[in-house]
Design a protein around this ligand. Structure first.
Ligand code: GDP
Length: 330
């Protein structure tokens, strides 16, 4: 398929006017690995940056089957009915474009995906977590510039992706299922410490009583954790995403969170720290890209790797040797 060349000025104007096609195209450019696309994306991002930062950024995680897409559908509709515009993004390093992303897949949120006030974008395909997270951060800023004032970033409850998501949002919510007893469903302490909100889903029918117990278990568990904020203690809520019960309470909690920490409070500090951390990970990623593209490094790499794999060369020494090649003036 051929397409007209991208004019950044048109895309910028489109994004500012809330045009979803321009937004989608700009995100595609930001996700591209082509240097000319990245340059365009950088130009667009820079131009729209003053229009970003106005959204409430919410991260949501939970193991597969806990009801994330059902919850996002119900939550999204509620938030839209409260008068907001919602963007749903995903961080899932395991997803592959070709195979269709599991996360953020439009078929999962049928009603929401048909609402003009919602914008749903699957996880950028493949790659390492750092790259996926970086592109999701950019997509988030582009969505904000396009007037989406609530951005939801979803991730599945495995690996380090929760940490990456918690590092780009204001509030991090953990979705859990009833049951699991005192082991709290094997959710790692580190992940629990990230949660500003624990949402026990499926509090309906036969599961209602178990959901109540699970809620109490989590409430005492979060009590023991190191507090993340001065002005907010992690709350535990029970909802039924399927029945739409308790969804309003989740949104109310998010609003209370923003009121307690927002405007000129802790959230400002947190966002500044996030931006600085992003800068450094950007420096790291870019350096690594340049390192891998360096012809001298590329030439020396196979032999050095083989030596390291065979145990004949210490990895530290090998790394220094490659870095010397990289920084040698040409
Ligand atoms: P995801 O994998 O986390 O996105 O989970 P889904 O949203 O696809 O839901 C997994 C299953 O749990 C589906 O069969 C849903 O119908 C069911 N489910 C989701 N939310 C609820 C709920 O609130 N109550 C009950 N009983 N089932 C639910």
């Amino acid at each position: 398929m051929t397409r007209a060349p991208d004019r950044p000025s048109e895309l910028i104007e489109g994004i500012r006017a809330g045009d979803r096609r321009s937004l989608a195209r700009a995100i595609t450019l930001a996700e591209s690995t082509r240097a000319d696309h990245r340059d365009l994306a950088d130009e667009i991002l820079e131009a729209v940056l003053p229009a970003t930062g106005g959204a409430t950024r919410v991260g949501i995680s939970g193991p597969p089957g806990v009801g994330k897409s059902t919850f996002i559908e119900a939550f999204g509709i509620h938030v839209i009915e409260e008068g907001h515009r919602l963007a749903v993004l995903a961080v899932d390093p395991s997803s592959r474009r070709s195979g269709g992303s599991i996360l953020g897949d439009k078929t999962r949120m049928t009603e929401l995906s048909h609402r003009p006030e919602a914008f749903i974008r699957p996880s950028p395909g493949g790659g390492h977590l750092g790259g996926v997270a970086r592109r999701t951060r950019e997509a988030m800023l582009l969505c904000e510039a396009a007037g989406f004032d609530v951005v939801l970033v979803e991730t599945i409850g495995v690996g380090q992706s929760e940490v990456a998501v918690a590092d780009m949002v204001d509030l991090f919510a953990l979705l859990v299922a009833p049951g699991g007893g005192d082991e709290l469903q094997g959710i790692k302490r580190g992940i629990m410490e990230l949660a500003d909100l624990v949402i026990v889903n499926k509090a309906d029918g036969d599961l209602a009583a178990a959901a109540g117990r699970t809620r109490a278990d989590y409430a005492s568990a979060v009590h023991l954790l190191r507090p993340k904020w001065r002005g907010w203690a992690t709350e535990v809520l029970a909802v039924s995403a399927l029945a739409g019960a308790g969804i309003d309470e989740v949104w109310a909690a998010i609003e209370r969170f923003c009121a307690a920490l927002g405007a000129d409070g802790e959230l400002v500090e947190a966002r500044a720290a996030q931006a600085t951390a992003w800068l450094w990970s950007e420096v790291g990623d870019t350096l690594l890209d340049r390192f891998r593209e360096d012809p001298g490094v590329a030439e020396a790499l196979p032999a050095v790797e083989a030596e390291v794999a065979a145990g004949r060369l210490a990895p530290t020494r090998a790394a220094r040797r490659l870095l010397d090649v990289f920084s040698r003036p040409r």
